[in-house]
Design a protein around this ligand. Structure first.
Ligand SMILES: Cc1cc2nc3c(=O)[nH]c(=O)nc-3n(C[C@H](O)[C@H](O)[C@H](O)COP(=O)(O)OP(=O)(O)OC[C@H]3O[C@@H](n4cnc5c(N)ncnc54)[C@H](O)[C@@H]3O)c2cc1C
Ligand code: FES
Length: 289
């Protein structure tokens, strides 16, 4: 599909492949990182896009599950040969996945979704809740000029500063902090129980960061009420904000309409948009929360 205005444009660039697990390691409570080889997918995928994943050879669960790109894996010579996905154990698929070992196989279908467009900004503020930090390592790496993504590699103007405001239930759920620190991301954490960082909401951190920020943009991923709250803060401050919706999905390729969200158009009226092919990234001001 050559027409980028066509809803299925992004799905049409996806392909299915059987992939072999290279690593499957625990990062935090109920949270794992799975790494598999997939040179074609790794070359094409951009930050904010996702992959539908299924356990190879099993039809239970019947449908694939969407997981966001955490980052690509490079081989000496700098070619992207694999990808990392980070997942929270929630139901049947993620539980089975957490028990898998290197050498076992998965069916991966992707890259899917629109991904984050390159951000023209000085200060990129990433806001994550729960497992919502997963789309951000690749986005940070790209905007710090440390890696390119996509085929052909897309051009992104480097930003001056990247901040991550990351909220979780408790300290043991915070996953991948080292990855962000190594990238040089300015990291602020919050927990509901006060066991790490700020005792309270991630939006408290965001408002503090925005007080000192200049020419900023926000990207956000997490539970819907948290994204709605971030969208309101962004609107009050007049800061552009994009959200990555985590609507449950069935087909992932625009056919079943199980993933729709209410999104307003230019004229202010809303219509249903399919998160899998027209998202998952949307301008937060356009979402009918
Ligand atoms: C674009 C996109 C990217 C995602 N990226 C990641 C990621 O990087 N890491 C990660 O851990 N998860 C991610 N998710 C969520 C992930 O797809 C679900 O957690 C997954 O379906 C769990 O599969 P399961 O079989 O283990 O549990 P399921 O049996 O599918 O679900 C168990 C329970 O969780 C509920 N549920 C399932 N999906 C969702 C959802 N999206 N929102 C709220 N409740 C839900 C179900 O209704 C059910 O009650 C993403 C979702 C989307 C749409
Ligand atoms: S998941 Fe089927 S249309 Fe989006």
């Amino acid at each position: 599909m050559a027409n980028p205005l066509h809803a299925a444009h992004f799905a049409d660039r996806a392909s299915a492949s059987r992939v072999r697990i290279v690593e499957n390691v625990r990062l935090a409570r109920d949270t794992y990182r799975v790494r598999f080889e997939c040179p074609q997918l790794a070359r094409q995928i951009t930050p904010g896009q996702f992959v539908m994943l299924k356990i190879a050879g099993f039809n239970d669960p019947l449908l694939g599950r969407p997981l966001a790109l955490y980052d690509t894996v490079l081989w000496p010579g700098e070619a992207a040969i694999g990808i990392d996905l980070v997942y929270l154990v929630l139901g049947k698929m993620t539980r089975r996945l957490s028990e898998m070992v290197p050498g076992q196989e998965l069916d991966a279908w992707g890259p899917l979704g629109n991904g984050f467009p390159p951000q023209e900004t000085e200060h990129l503020i990433m806001v994550a809740g729960g497992i919502g930090q997963t789309p951000f390592p690749a986005l940070a790496r790209e905007h710090l000029g440390k890696r390119t993504y996509g085929d052909p590699p897309r051009k992104v103007s480097p930003v001056k500063k990247i901040t991550l405001c990351y909220g979780a239930r408790s300290a043991d759920y915070l996953a991948g902090l080292e990855d962000f620190k190594q990238l040089g991301v300015d990291l602020h954490t919050s927990t509901d129980d006060g066991s790490a960082g700020h005792h309270g909401l991630v939006t408290d951190l965001l408002t503090q960061v925005l007080d000192e920020a200049d020419r900023a943009r926000i990207v956000c991923c997490g539970p819907e009420p948290m994204m709605e709250a971030v969208a309101h803060v962004a609107a009050e401050r007049g800061v552009p904000c994009q959200v990555s919706l985590e609507t449950p999905m069935a087909c992932g390729i625009g056919i079943c309409f199980s993933c729709v969200a209410k999104v307003r158009g230019e004229d202010g009226t809303w219509d249903y948009k399919r998160t899998c092919v027209e998202g998952p990234i949307f301008d937060s001001a356009r979402i009918e929360w």
